[in-house]
Write a protein that binds this ligand. Sequence first.
Ligand SMILES: Nc1ncnc2c1ncn2[C@@H]1O[C@H](COP(=O)(O)OP(=O)(O)OP(=O)(O)O)[C@@H](O)[C@H]1O
Ligand SMILES: [Mg+2]
Length: 260
Amino acid sequence: MSDQARIQELESQLEQLESQLMQSQKMGSVGSLASSITHEFNNILTTVINYAKMGLRHKEEATRNKSFERILAAGQRASKITTGMLAYARNTSDRQEPFELNRLLSDVMVLVQKDLQMHRIGIDEDLQAGVWAKVNSSQIQQILVNLIVNARQAMGEKGRLKLTIRDNKEEGWAEISVGDNGCGIPQDQLQKIFDAFYTTKKADARGQGGSGIGLSLCRKIIEAHQGRIRVESEVGKGTTFTLKLPRAESPAGLIDTSAA
Ligand SMILES: Nc1ncnc2c1ncn2[C@@H]1O[C@H](COP(=O)(O)OP(=O)(O)OP(=O)(O)O)[C@@H](O)[C@H]1O
Ligand SMILES: [Mg+2]
């Protein structure tokens, strides 16, 4: 085999390994959210069981209708979570297409909301509506899950997560940022955080986290989008990561419902 052919073979193997790593990191992040999601399902089931009992006990139509409504709402909430989980885990294509950032973020929030709530983290949102970017939505969701889990891990009690979506027309970016008021990152470490296997964390009791691949994959994904990832941080004050993604015009004829 010629050197050229050998290099090509190695390159294609590397590409394959990278995409496998990305998929397994994604499944790992689903794993780290599993306990909070199970908790959420328990709450939903408690609601369903209690309202089913109430409906069986009470014969009046009004009470029964109310019970059915509560059961339906709980079922729909559960279905939204499982649908979101499956869509997140299954989507392995690398196609990029116009996607509305509000919708992308709200799909992510379905997965991480309970985890944030269990850690008593408040959420501040400043979300411009109707901002479209040309992205692979599943990959950008993976970045956001990573950034939000990192933010959560950096914050103690009274944590506040700040989510922003902005149409930066001047520079041609659709921007989405994740900020926290956590421990911050010292200046001399800022260079290293995107390196593979760089971590300051220890694995938790379940052996999860602290592999140091989260941000290195974020960088890879952003590179594949020809975007940018920026970080601003102050020790003791907090950290903000901003994703700059190629803007896309909202597809013609599509009515923007995100502001509703
Ligand atoms: N929001 C943040 N606040 C403070 N430090 C952060 C934040 N995000 C990342 N870091 C620092 O950057 C390091 C690398 O992050 P990265 O997500 O790549 O790996 P990790 O979170 O340590 O491990 P993994 O994501 O594989 O579980 C972290 O260990 C931490 O020191
Ligand atoms: Mg991480």
